[in-house]
Design a protein around this ligand. Structure first.
Ligand SMILES: *Cc1c(COP(=O)(O)O)cnc(C)c1O
Length: 387
């Protein structure tokens, strides 16, 4: 039996041709394809500015810096995420803390957030930045979260690494209605890919300019951003400490080509998710919840195994050549974070989710026959579990 991975990129002949064409052009590093890709993603999402970088991790880092995160400041995120959503705070020397999730969506709980904000206000320890994570491709309740941001005065970076192509009702994720900055990942398992790569979207020209400087050493060639007059056409200034986080034109050309099929990918993922819902309807597993009017890009389809059965189910499916995975080990339980004072029990819903979660294979190239096999193996493994 063939191995079915949990996620896989979908590269076609047009993608290959776009990369080859760029390789034969005058630009390999950040050049005209980057600007085209930034414009196209920003237009697709309904945002004013896009800043392409070499990963979503880099995008999160420069988004935090552009919003002024630094020592003495605080960032809160979800424990049910990849470590990068929290690490960006530590890169900036800031403090990090977490807000527990809703078990059935895996997204940050607005009730837990509201309660934690009340407590933090009394203690004079409100966050400066909140990073909600659109788990599995479904947006968090951003109208409610942005309402809390207005009331308590924090800024929002959406970690939409899973969620390009998803909507909060009428608007697309990334439109900037509910967040200062939205970050996408173009890692191969995500919705569209540039191999490694990411992008930050914003409607603020100042934040966009700051992120453009930070991705390229803190250097500017804009006279308006310089201290004193320009000394000539060759002149540039380093006005702050930045990095080399640039995306290449080769990657941007791949991303531009992938973007042509984004809607197709999201539609296929939605179809497969609905199919899983039907195939698993009679099994004793928890299925992922959707919260209309939100729509999901369906990066992941995560089921909850019956109590205590996750490990054996996971092993049985792997033994049957099904590449299941687990999203996520709660960030606060990582050794690095435990050393910073976090411990089991701190975020019980995220821990309960982790104890039961199994990510089933989901990607545009997953055939319905292979999906049927995944469901059949899951059903057989659950039966064995009960006998
Ligand atoms: C993949 C991912 C990242 C990191 O993306 P890279 O492009 O690999 O740096 C960050 N946050 C979440 C939620 C992710 O899934």
């Amino acid at each position: 039996m063939n191995f079915i991975p949990y996620g896989r990129q979908d590269i076609n002949a047009a993608d290959v041709a776009a990369v080859v064409e760029t390789l034969q052009s005058d630009w390999l590093t950040q050049g005209p394809a980057i600007e085209r890709f930034e414009r196209a993603i920003a237009d697709y999402c309904g945002a004013d500015h896009g800043v392409a970088v070499n990963s979503a991790t880099s995008a999160l880092h420069i988004a935090c810096l552009a919003l002024g995160l630094g020592p003495g400041k605080r960032l809160w995120t979800s424990p049910n995420t990849f470590v990068a959503s929290a690490n960006c705070a530590l890169y900036c020397g800031a403090k990090v803390d977490f807000v527990d999730i809703e078990f059935d969506t895996g997204n940050m709980s607005v009730a837990a957030l509201a309660e934690k904000l009340q407590r933090a206000e009394r203690q004079g320890a409100l966050p400066d930045i909140l990073v909600p994570v659109h788990f599995a491709g479904q947006p968090c309740d951003m109208p409610a979260i942005s309402g809390l941001a207005e009331r308590y005065g924090f800024r929002i970076i959406e970690d939409a690494s899973h969620a390009i192509g998803a909507r909060y009702g009428d608007e697309r994720v990334g439109c900037g209605k509910y967040a200062d900055i939205t970050v996408f990942s173009f890692h191969p398992v995500k919705i569209i890919t540039t191999a490694e790569g990411g992008m930050a979207l914003t409607n603020s020209p100042e934040l966009a300019a700051a992120m453009r400087r930070l991705r390229s050493h803190g250097i500017t060639r804009e006279a308006a951003e310089m201290e004193g007059p320009s000394e000539g056409a060759w002149y540039y200034q380093q006005v702050e400490l930045g990095f080399n986080y640039r995306m290449t034109d080769i990657q941007a050309a791949l991303g531009m080509s992938q973007l042509q099929r984004l809607d197709e990918f999201v539609a296929r993922r939605n179809l497969l998710a609905a199919r899983y819902d039907r195939l698993l309807a009679d099994l004793p597993v928890g299925r992922p919840a959707l919260r209309p009017p939100m729509t999901s890009a369906w990066h992941l389809y995560v089921v909850h195994a019956p109590d205590g059965a996750r490990r054996r189910l996971f092993d049985a499916m792997r033994a049957a050549n099904i590449g299941v995975n687990v999203h996520y080990i709660p960030v606060h339980l990582q050794p690095y974070y435990r050393k910073r004072g976090f411990k089991p029990g701190d975020f019980p819903e995220a821990e309960r989710h982790y104890a039961a979660a199994i990510s089933l294979p989901l990607f545009p190239g997953l055939s319905e026959a292979d999906q049927d096999r995944v469901a059949a193996v899951l059903a057989a493994s659950l039966k064995q579990e009960n006998s």
